[in-house]
Structures are given as C-alpha cells and as structure tokens.
Design a protein around this ligand. Sequence first.
Ligand code: CA
Length: 402
Amino acid sequence: MFRKLDEIKVLRDPVHGYIHVELQVIWDLINSSWFQRLRRIRQLGGAYMVYHCAEHSRFSHSLGVYEIVRRIVTEIGDIEKALNEQEKVTVMAAALLHDIGHGPYSHALESVTGVSHEVFTCRIIEENTEITRILENCSEGLAKDTADIIRHRSANPLLYQLISSQLDADRMDYLLRDAYFTGTKYGEFDLERILRTLRVEDGRLLVVKGSGVYAVENYIMARYHMYWQVYYHPTARSYEYILHALFRRIRDISSGEDDLLPLFRPLVNKKKISLDDYFKLDENSVSFGFEKLTEHPDPVIRDLSLRVRDRKLFAYADSSPGGNRKIRNRLRNEGYDLKYYFGRDTVAQNPYIPYNGDHNEAIWVRMSDGSIRELSNASNIVYSLIHGPAHDDNKVFFPEDK
Ligand code: CA
C-alpha cells in the first residue's frame, strides 16, 4: 500500500483553488530539487514579453496537471473503478513530472541542443536521479512505469490519454492557467463540466458523455483562440527568434572554452549533455549568462543579448517573396549578417485532429443511445472548424529600419 501523509497538504492555487497532496511519494517529488527547479522556468516562452503578467512557472502548471489527474482518478466513478491503486499513483506521478525535462526558454534551447524536453523528462525520471530514487523507494518499477506513461507505452492506454491526448489534463491546466495569467478570457472553459462527463469505455478508452459535448466544444475553441492570440503572437515569436539566433551564434563562433561561462559550454561542445549540467540551466542562471554576454567580444552576441535583456525585439512582416527581398537587401546594405538577423517562421494549428487510425489520439463521445462517435461527428462546431480553410501564419523577423 502507498504511504499517506499524516495530514493532507493543501497548496493554494488561483486556477484550482487548492492542490491536494495525500501521498508521501507525491510530497517527496514536489520537495525534490529537480521539481523545485521548475520554479525557475517560465511556462510561456515569449508570451510574457506581450502579456506582462504571464510570468507563471512550470512548477505551478505541473502542480495543476497533477491536481486535475488526482481529481479524475479519485472523483470520477468510472475511472476510479477502471484503475487499480498502483495505476492511480503512477498516473499522478506522471502528471506531476510530465514537464520535468523542460529547460530554460524551452523551444529556443531545444532547437540548439537538438534534444526534446521529453527525452530529458524520461532521463530525469530513470537515470538514477533524486526523482528516480524517490519513485523506486516508494515502489520498485515505479520510475519505469511513470516514464512509460510519458512515452505512451503503458499497458493501459487510459493512463497516457489522461496526460497527453487531445482532451488531457495537461491542456486543460495550461489553457486555464495561461488564460488567467495573461488576462485573456477566451482561454476559459468549463473544466468542472468536462470532468463530470468523463467516462471509460471497455476499461481503456476515455470518452465524454453526449451531454458534455458543449463543454468540449468550448474547450476546443479556447485552445484555438489561445494559440492565435497568445502562443503564436508575432511579438512573442520575435523574442523567441532572437533567443534562437543568440543560442545559435554562441554555438557557431565559440570555442566553448574561456570566452563562455561554464554554464553555456555543454551547449557548445556537442556532446551528450549530462543531467548535472542540465540541472544548472534554468532561466535565472541563463539570464545571468546573457547579461555576461552583453560584454562579449563578438558584436553579434553583444547585440543579441542586449536585445533579449532590454526587449529590443525585431520587427515583423508577412512573408512574401518581393517583401522579403527588399528587407534582405536593406539589411545587407546596413551590414547585418542575415544568418542571425533575418528569421522566417510559419505557424499553423489544428484545434482538433480527427480520428486518423489511432483510437487513443481522438476524442470520443458516448451518445445517449450508447453508441460511440468521434467528436467531429458529434459536434457541428468542431466539424466546421476542421473542415474550414487551413489557418497558418508565415512571418519574417528582422531589425527595424535604422
Ligand atoms: Ca505541460
């Protein structure tokens, strides 16, 4: 049996009211230095350069995902019955740890290391860290079972559907949390209603009751709006492009020795990054590193790090062959190295991807007659949304005219 705390711990949270912790293992994971590190990594890449209050951390988001999963496995009768005690604890641990491998300025960093945060998440869970030891001391094999949920390899697919599918605790928390901290109301949706209508089909497929379709439509719309208004905001993308160019310039010109803080060296020397080095990379240490780079001998590094520090972002425009040529000519005349001073970025987003062969990837609705329909066949709104013209946005980023 899993050890419980003498008294349930409650942590106040603006999205969920309280986060409830009853299990010793969850409490120990929260208090580990790897988990505490998430306080030093912001949830939203560049969006806080647009929405000034959006400085919330991956720490609070991870607790929120855990809380949603905890409620699902303890309060939703169907799911409570479908899972055994071991599975419930494992999925709660996976919820808490699903983002443990995120680094600072996640997407910009990933594009330089070439390693996704999911890879680091599984390494941190399994490669004999403090996290591995807490899980293994609780129950032998728990580290692998937790990582298997993150890799979508659990024997019971219900476990990873709860953490990462198109209707999962991760999205439900980040939409609500990001809407709260950005102040954008359109990210909100009725979480309570969705939770109340969740059911399990055949013990392994997550479904929503027909009466929950409206709440799910609202959730899909929330996601659609948050992508275009917050996550894909061109100013946020401009900031991320500069970070990306700065990391790239560091890699391209540095010998990886004396001209760089030890912090940045693992990014340059192209070897597999050790977890000890990775641990030290957070947004506090990296922004201190960027501050140091404002005095670097290389003018490109100096300029880009000043731009990051002082929010002197690049301008942006819709990408077009003629327009791009003009901008590139001007930049060349002004002496800019286009490799770092002209960026292009296309974003596209599907608010919902219908059934494509893998049952675990779609959202399913149990109709009042007991039949199961895929969401786009049960909702006119979702049907129109996915059959409308594709929505993408192709922008270029460059320094403003002097
Ligand atoms: Ca997440």
